[in-house]
Design a protein around this ligand. Structure first.
Ligand code: UGA
Length: 432
């Protein structure tokens, strides 16, 4: 099929190159011509394992190309995916300006039947507005369909998530649209959920909100564990073995960050309010998430007493491992809070140092590895659970630290082993 993806950000690029890999001819378009020029030369603006290889090989096979013209994208494809950003406005609402712009742009260039698919995460009823916008601005008398096909890609494993999805959600209102999308996804082996557009839109917000709530739930349990001396890791194992609950997203720690969960919860709470429903459950999940960071900071104060002029080493800056993304990363908030209290920060992350430098500036000493972070630090904070931090040489770490204190925000170390090695070890919700 001839496909175009409008918006060559994270979702657009991954989706476009994966559709090309499945044998389609894909145009990835974006109004950022600098980005498009870079992509044409193989410069990938984001870090995602395997993406560069996929882009390069599909460009070579002439199945993938890049364009800064929406017109070209519209004229040369049967299916147009909208994958532009939907950032948060100050009140938490999703900013749909880019979606509206693209819808108008598509309308002005339509010259025959097209299927226009929402891929961006949008509040329920956006499809209705996109349809109305296109109908208003359309120039020629041609037919078109709207569909919703939300993505469930995780940063760091997006390509594998695309190729091996748990499910494919297709929200449509015509047989033509349904047939096109079913055909497009036929190479992938996954259950299809075919529904109406509003239900598809809701599935996306509901999924992210449910997962975020699951994380906040276990984080709330971790607080109770600490009060009574129980162990949240063991509680999570006992909970997760119930097939109705499942073991994933039950890791207590510093809570969720990134560009999706915080934004999507805000947007879902706001759209619910607009629709006349007070989504108290999600508000509580958000609040618990915020409290986890304050709780972690209180653990640091409990251990170090006065923070002023203390050297604090931070391992991990990205919001989760295997990405360079620092959007809503707990590390940034924690570092800034520690700096306000006068602590001196040294930090290391395997991939997000440049991005972190741009936000945190010169007041943080960025180190070449975890061991340099440890040198002369009064305590070591584990903030993002990269694999390389799981395999540290702790005898070396102990020699380098001024004081053998490790505060583990992701519960990746075994506290008995750490104590045996002579560390004071503090986790989240762990039995002492
Ligand atoms: C999330 C969803 O998992 C994807 O399905 C979805 O497509 C994507 O948002 C999106 O809407 O675009 P992502 O933000 O890449 O993907 O990250 P996750 O792997 O889901 O992790 C989210 C956050 O939860 C991270 O900060 C992680 O550290 C935290 N987390 C996760 C926990 O604190 N505990 C857990 O047990 C699991």
């Amino acid at each position: 099929m001839n496909i175009s993806i409008i918006g060559s950000g994270y979702v657009g690029l991954v989706t476009g190159s994966c559709f090309a890999e499945l044998g389609n001819r894909v145009i990835c378009a974006d109004n950022d011509s600098k980005k498009i020029e870079g992509l044409k030369k193989g410069i990938i603006p984001i870090y995602e394992p395997g993406l560069k290889e996929l882009v390069m090989s599909n460009m070579k096979k002439k199945r993938l190309r890049f364009s800064s013209s929406v017109k070209e994208a519209v004229l040369e494809s049967e299916v147009i995916f909208i994958a532009v950003g939907t950032p948060s406005l100050e009140n938490g609402e999703a900013d749909l300006t880019y979606i509206e712009n693209v819808a108008r742009n598509i309308a002005q260039n339509l010259n025959g039947y097209r299927l226009i698919v929402e891929k961006s995460t949008v509040p329920v009823e956006t499809g209705k507005w996109v349809k109305q916008t296109i109908a208003t601005y359309i120039k020629r008398k041609v037919k078109f369909d709207i569909a919703s096909n939300p993505e469930f890609l995780r940063e760091g494993q997006a390509i594998s998530d695309f190729m091996h999805p748990d499910r494919i959600v297709i929200g449509v209102e015509s047989k033509a649209a349904r047939d096109i999308l079913v055909n497009l996804y036929s190479p992938l082996k996954a259950p299809l959920v075919i529904t109406d557009i509003k239900s598809a839109e809701l599935i996306k917000h509901a999924s992210n909100s449910f997962l975020a709530t699951k994380i906040s739930f276990i984080n709330a349990i971790s607080r109770i564990c600490e009060k009574v001396g129980a162990d949240v890791v063991e509680v999570a194992v006992g909970l997760g073995l119930d097939k109705r609950i499942g073991p994933s997203f039950l890791n207590a720690g510093l809570g969720y960050g990134g560009s999706c969960f915080p934004k999507d919860l805000d947007a879902f709470v706001t759209i619910s309010e607009k629709l006349g429903y007070d989504f108290g459950l999600l508000k509580a999940a958000r609040q618990i998430n915020q409290e986890q960071k304050a709780f972690f900071l209180s653990k640091i104060r409990d251990a170090l007493w006065i923070l002023k002029d203390k050297n604090v080493g931070v391992l991990g800056l990205s919001f989760k491992p295997n990405t360079d993304d620092i959007r809503n990363a707990p590390a940034i908030e924690i570092i800034q809070a520690l700096q306000i209290e006068g602590a001196k920060i040294k930090a290391y992350d395997p991939s997000s140092m440049d991005k972190a430098k741009a936000v945190l500036g010169k007041k943080v000493k960025f180190c070449k590895d975890a061991y340099e972070v440890c040198r002369d630090s009064d305590c070591l904070l584990l903030v993002t659970e990269w694999d390389e931090f799981k395999e540290l040489d702790f005898l070396r770490v102990k020699k380098l630290l001024k004081r053998p204190l490790v505060i583990d925000g992701r519960n990746i170390y075994d506290h008995k082993r750490m104590e045996k090695l002579g560390f004071s070890y503090v986790g989240i919700g762990r039995r002492r």
